[in-house]
Design a protein around this ligand. Structure first.
Ligand code: IPT
Length: 991
């Protein structure tokens, strides 16, 4: 018995028993019965020796109740084990196709009544839309069959096992199986029956399957209908009521393509759908047809004859409480949010989502790359030895997976490409999958990134290619061979459309350089954009020992092997809050662009096919961030790909303030995803009159001093600032450290472009090596004049001969307090620096500093390589809202290009700071936080940060860029901060 069990758990055969062939997930009027709900449940830590659950009269009274669909590790508060997160690593020994005896096994049982009238059904099917990872089914004690393919649908024929009245169904689910070797996606392992279970009555004379293959060419629609039904099911009627089409096909031989006049095409921008029914006397199927033709012409990927640019995201199915259990309302809101942030494409990484998601994608409008449930990444560890992708024993399993993928979702106009899977090496089984797709669906190309040499796929795809490499792919030059390709293979790849199936790793604070990638897409038409990795963090809501709720990542559930917070790499936090990177993405890919040219603005419509008739254009003028005038701009309708040159409104220019014009393109109509007035694109124009920066007053009569004095609102003791405007203050002290971002901690080999990093060593390690997080100070001198105080410090770290000289000059200038700090590194610093700043500590007195108002870039944080979402204006925020709750605490909150800052307490002004640009016009940024850069990295989660009674203000002359090195390229050289001399100059006044 035991050996039989283990054979079944480790068999690579995808299913056995009365499994039906894959077919579309259809909306039919044939009767069905949802078996979702409470089931009886028992978890065993290993595969039980018996199949006692199967017996009809088995007493499951001692079992628990569990909801279906769900993952058992997310139920019962730990009673059924905990989630495991690994990226590439297998959480079990690499011993394919075997899995350990310690194989958590969930037994499920439930009763159901066969609805009256079902005895007339020709067939009764039992459908599972998703079970992780291998399961076996019994009905009324009879073994029905087994299947694997966690994110794929399986239908069993249970006709001869069901009976009128009461029935019992039993399911045994194993967490691990041979299938786990080909389901090694970077995500939580979440076992259980996690999608719907449905009993389906199939009527005699029903429609087994239908496929509407639609096209749109030369202004005409076309639909080719493929019907799978018995001959006796005919006649079949095709109806498209909106266009008055009703076509009856008497026999299967009569089924013919229909040419449809007067249709509007489907696109991600204008997702025009037509209701269709396909019916026999016994059954009617409702479909929503979208007319579009997908085509590759040369190195162009076209839909309806026009080039598509993917402004896409990788979307996993993940929810902080439900895991991969689908929630339609949440998914719809998530997709609506994508639309609001200018996302136009989804790659379903790395498996088919719940089938309803594709209905939503059709309806809301996305270009979808639908990916098969396949990844064998863990074989990388053993040099891909034994990789199932090239092992004939696995061929049928691979083919079964792609058939189930394509057949289930083939009716969706949103799907414009099939993807064989992710990170599964390469091999004959992938080529066989591709051949199967080509034979089955000539209407959509095949994608698989791992086909580096382009032997069996239709598009060229890469992940995390640097900006330089991406540019090289766009050109025809063969100066540098393409990665993993011989020159000939590279030449072949360049004949195909290119896309980045993953880029811009959005882990923690970052990524940078989104705008650089976007610029390439418009320069090189072969480049078709890509899919940011990834849409959202996968945090699981749990509680800290003290009861504080938080979003868990790898290691938080005591996993034996795990990959930490690598699962927190989305543009959306686990609690649905968009991070600044999503705002940056929205700004970078905005489909309408503005170019200012003299007194004109050129408005370009970069959309695929929609004109601008759904938009209106607004403008406003601000003086130092205060609104002075606004209006609407009359813009003629601009066709897709076209542009219009419009005169700018008259701009009142202030002499004593900055003058900025802002133009917005906003929706003029409300849509399924945003109300009218929703901003889709923005640009700003600086029309400020030049104003000189006051010169530095030279001081000459410096004399040594004990440094205890008062200068206006500033009080000093022994050369150290102790109070400002009566409030206790410490500082300024040199701050070169930032709490390392996940990108700063990245140690990829890709550093050649930044020329400051070391391959395989993270910048954060170099900073810690150099002691940037533990700087100490030696005061060299304290001097004063009648109205000024000067200190000179040498700042350096233990066991380092490198240093920075800091000259600090406080002075009264016309009664106003001015601070000038000259920062000058010694020779010999080799790495980049995270920041060049000065820090003030403001301990909480009776009225703690708890907010800021500023004129500068905002409203969100920005960094040198992520500035596009930031605009110049006047903003305010509480101290808490200045920081982003990244899953692992790290650098956050930097606001660039500061002009004026007011620190507030309970809404009242406390200190006002004016920041001057330096002599090269560079402006500082600021950060106001409850924690220092040294405290933040000691916490693995926000709840671990100590309570703080101090506010810390850092004024940075400069910050290092963000880059994408957590998984991809380092910071682009232009935005990398090298040690250099800098000046910070501030005027400070009481609030
Ligand atoms: C890439 C994976 O395809 C994706 O699933 C995810 O793990 C991502 O990395 C990192 O978050 S593969 C990697 C080798 C680039």
């Amino acid at each position: 018995m035991a050996s039989q069990l283990s054979a079944y758990v480790t068999d690579t055969a995808p299913g056995r028993g009365s499994l039906r062939p894959a077919r579309s997930w259809l909306h039919s009027d044939a009767p069905s019965l949802s078996l979702n709900g409470l089931w009886r449940f028992r978890l065993s830590p290993a595969v039980p020796a018996t199949e006692d659950l199967a017996a009809e009269g088995f007493d499951d009274g001692g079992w628990d109740d569990i909801p279906v669909p769900s993952h058992w590790v997310l139920q019962g508060d730990g009673a059924y084990g905990r989630p495991i997160y690994t990226n590439v690593q297998f959480p079990f020994p690499i011993d394919p196709p075997h899995v350990p005896d310690e194989n958590p096994t969930g037994d499920y049982r439930r009763h159901f009544d066969l609805p009256a009238g079902w005895s007339e059904a020709e067939r009764v099917l039992l459908r599972f839309d998703g079970v992780e990872s291998l399961f076996k089914v019994w009905v009324n004690g009879e073994e029905i069959g087994s299947a694997s393919g966690s994110r794929l649908a399986h239908e069993f024929d249970v006709t001869s096992s069901v009976r009128p009245g009461g029935n019992v169904v039993a399911v045994r689910v194993h967490q691990w199986s041979a299938a786990s070797y080909v389901e090694d996606q970077d995500q939580w392992w979440l076992p259980g029956i996690f999608r719907d279970v449905t009993l389906i009555a199939r009527p005699a004379g029903g429609i087994e399957d239908v496929w509407l293959r639609t096209g749109f060419e030369n202004g005409r629609g076309r639909v080719e209908t493929e019907i799978t039904a018995d001959a006796a099911a005919f006649p079949v009627t095709f109806r498209l009521p909106e266009l008055g089409i009703e076509q009856v096909w008497a026999t299967a031989a009569d089924v013919a393509p229909l040419e449809v006049d007067g249709v509007e095409p489907w696109s991600a921008e204008q997702p025009r759908l037509y209701d269709v029914t396909v019916s026999t006397a016994a059954e009617s199927i409702a479909l929503r047809a979208g007319f579009r033709t997908v085509e590759i012409r040369g190195d162009r990927f076209l839909v309806n004859g026009r080039r598509v640019v993917f402004h896409g995201v990788n979307r996993h199915e993940t929810h902080p409480e439900r895991g991969r259990v689908f929630d339609e309302e949440h998914a719809r809101e998530d997709l609506a949010r994508m639309k609001r942030f200018n996302v136009n494409a989804i790659r379903t990484s790395h498996y088919p989502p719940h089938p309803r998601l594709l209905d939503l994608a059709d309806e809301l409008g996305f270009w979808v790359v639908l990916e098969c449930d396949l990844e064998t990444h863990g074989f990388d560890k053993v040099g891909w030895a034994g990789n199932p992708s090239d092992d004939p024993a696995w061929r049928e399993a691979y083919l079964d997976r792609i058939r189930r993928t394509v057949e289930r979702d083939k009716n969706h106009p949103s799907i414009v490409m099939w993807s064989l899977g992710n990170e599964a090496g390469t091999g004959g089984n992938l080529a066989a999958m591709s051949a199967w797709v080509h034979a089955r669906d000539a209407g959509r190309p095949v994608h698989y990134e791992g086909d580096h040499a382009g032997e069996y796929t239709d598009v060229y795809s890469r992940m995390y290619a640097s900006v330089l490499e991406t540019e090289q792919i766009g050109t025809d030059g063969s100066r540098r061979p393409l990665m993993n390709c011989t020159p000939a293979q590279g030449a072949r790849q360049r004949t195909k459309p290119f896309l980045l199936c993953e880029y811009a790793h959005a882990m923690g604070n970052g990524p940078g350089a989104l705008d650089q990638y976007e610029a390439l897409v418009h320069e090189y038409p072969r480049l078709h954009g890509g899919f940011v990795w990834e849409w959202r963090d996968h945090g699981i809501l749990t509680t800290a020992p003290d009861g504080t709720p938080y979003y868990a990542y790898g290691g938080d559930f005591g996993e034996v092997v795990h990959d930490g917070n690598f699962v927190m790499d989305g543009m959306l936090l686990s609690n649905d809050v968009p991070t600044p990177s999503l705002h940056e993405f929205k700004a970078v890919v905005q489909p309408v662009r503005f170019t200012f040219d003299g007194d004109d603005v050129v408005i370009s419509n970069l959309r695929h096919s929609a004109d601008t008739s759904d938009l209106r254009f607004r403008w406003r003028v601000e003086h130092d961030g205060t609104l002075v005038e606004s209006g609407d701009m009359e813009v003629p309708v601009v066709a897709a790909g076209g542009s219009a040159r419009m005169p700018l409104p008259r701009i009142p220019v202030a002499q004593d303030a900055e003058t900025w014009l802002t133009v917005d393109a906003v929706s003029a109509v409300s849509t399924a995803w945003a109300p009218d007035g929703h901003v889709i694109a923005t640009a700003q124009l600086d029309r400020s009159a030049r104003r000189p920066v006051p010169g530095v007053r030279p001081e000459t009569d410096w004399r040594r001093s004990d440094g205890t004095l008062t200068l206006g609102i500033a009080e000093f003791v022994d050369g150290a600032l102790v109070r400002l405007a009566g409030r206790t203050v410490a500082g300024p002290r040199l701050e070169l450290f930032r709490a390392p971002t996940d990108n700063d901690e990245g140690a990829s080999e890709e550093v050649e472009e930044s020329d400051a990093g070391i391959a395989g060593v993270s910048n954060a390690d170099l900073w810690r090596r150099d002691g940037l997080d533990r700087l100490t100070t030696r005061r060299l001198s304290v001097e004063r004049t009648a109205e000024a105080l000067r200190t000179i410090d040498k700042v350096s770290a233990a066991n380092s001969a490198l240093s920075v000289t800091v000259e600090t000059v406080w002075s009264l200038v016309g009664g106003e307090l001015e601070l000038r700090v000259e920062i000058e590194p010694s020779r010999g610093w080799l790495t980049v620096w995270p920041r060049i700043g000065i820090r003030f500590d403001l301990p909480d007195g009776a009225a703690p500093v708890d907010g800021a108002e500023w004129f500068g870039l905002g409203p969100l944080e920005s960094y040198p390589d992520s500035l596009r979402a930031a605009r110049t204006g006047r903003f305010s925020s509480t101290i808490g809202d200045l920081s982003v709750d990244y899953a692992r605490p790290q650098e956050t909150g930097h606001r660039s290009q500061l002009r004026e800052l007011t620190l507030t307490s309970g809404g009242a002004d406390v200190l006002r700071i004016v920041a001057f640009p330096d002599t090269r016009g560079r402006r500082p940024g600021f950060t106001l936080s409850r924690h220092t850069p040294q405290q933040i990295p000691r916490a693995g989660h926000a709840y671990e940060l100590p309570g703080s009674a101090t506010s810390h203000l850092i004024i940075d002359a400069a910050q290092h860029g963000l880059g994408s090195r957590a998984c991809g390229p380092d910071v682009w050289p232009e935005f990398a901060l090298r040690p250099e001399a800098r000046t910070i100059r501030l005027r400070i006044a009481a609030g």
